[in-house]
Design a protein around this ligand. Structure first.
Ligand code: TA6
Length: 244
């Protein structure tokens, strides 16, 4: 995983790295003023741990601040992180504890560490429709065999295959190089691919100007509004593995 050397970790803003949990919305695709919603900047409770897992819970109400006003629905989110041998699985469960249905979008905004983004490529998205966030979210397709990073990339791929790969061809002496495999649940229909490149990196105070070279975001997501009935639970997960 990648975490920026300039990441802010005092709770005043989302940590620039790891796997930010985007809920109750991805980006601006929901009611919250805060991009990606409030979950990633909230304090979660650690509700259980085992030798391989940690379970976190975020419950609505209580002393939550005004961020809830935009999403006034009783809910609980459970997030389970499982490190088991060579795989990392992160699972999110959203339960509607209200009397009415509510809608949400979501993403697990994973930052992957690479040796050089220009030597990394994302495979599995050939000819899959995407919304280009750098061009008014116009729907496009890319028939290239892989997504490469030689400029800013910010794409919301829709209804993608379950398995995506990031091949990092950085030279071995960089200490990096290898293949990430991401397998996502069918409930996470979409995937967001992002690299901020030069200009956006300079505008991010919690990111060094040259750190765009060291990361690629591939974010398993549900970017189309999902409705959750009272008492129902939605579950989405990703399993990440790495091989040199
Ligand atoms: O990864 C997709 C995206 O929505 C990009 O547009 C960019 O804004 C990124 O998330 C990071 O967002 P943040 O709010 O963490 O700066």
């Amino acid at each position: 995983m990648f975490t920026s050397s300039a990441a802010v970790t005092d709770g005043t803003k989302a940590i620039r790295g790891g796997i930010p949990v985007c809920f109750p919305q991805f980006s601006d695709l929901g009611p919250c003023a805060a991009s990606h919603g409030f979950a990633r900047t909230s304090t979660w409770d650690v509700t259980s741990t085992t030798s391989t897992t940690a379970t976190f819970t975020l419950r609505s109400g209580g002393d939550r601040d005004a961020r809830d006003e935009a999403f006034p629905h009783a809910h609980v989110v459970e997030y389970v992180v499982c490190v088991d041998g060579e795989t990392l699985t992160t699972t999110m469960r959203v339960t509607n504890e209200d009397v009415d249905a509510f809608e949400f979008t979501t993403a697990l905004h994973t930052y992957f560490r690479v040796g050089d983004c220009e030597r990394a490529r994302v495979e599995g998205l050939k000819s899959t429709s995407y919304l280009d966030s750098l061009d008014g979210r116009r729907e496009k397709t890319d028939d290239a065999d892989a997504v490469e990073f030689h400029e800013e990339v910010d794409r919301i791929y829709l209804d993608t295959p379950a398995v995506l790969k990031i091949r990092d061809a950085s030279m071995p002496e960089s200490g990096y190089g290898g293949t990430f495999t991401i397998e996502k649940s069918a409930t996470l229909t979409d995937a967001v691919v992002w690299n901020p490149w030069v200009e956006k990196s300079k505008k991010m105070g919690d990111f060094r100007d040259d750190e765009y070279r060291e990361m690629v975001c591939v974010e398993v997501a549900g970017t189309r509004k999902m409705s959750l009935a009272p008492g129902a639970t939605w579950e989405g997960s990703q399993t990440i593995s790495f091989a040199v």
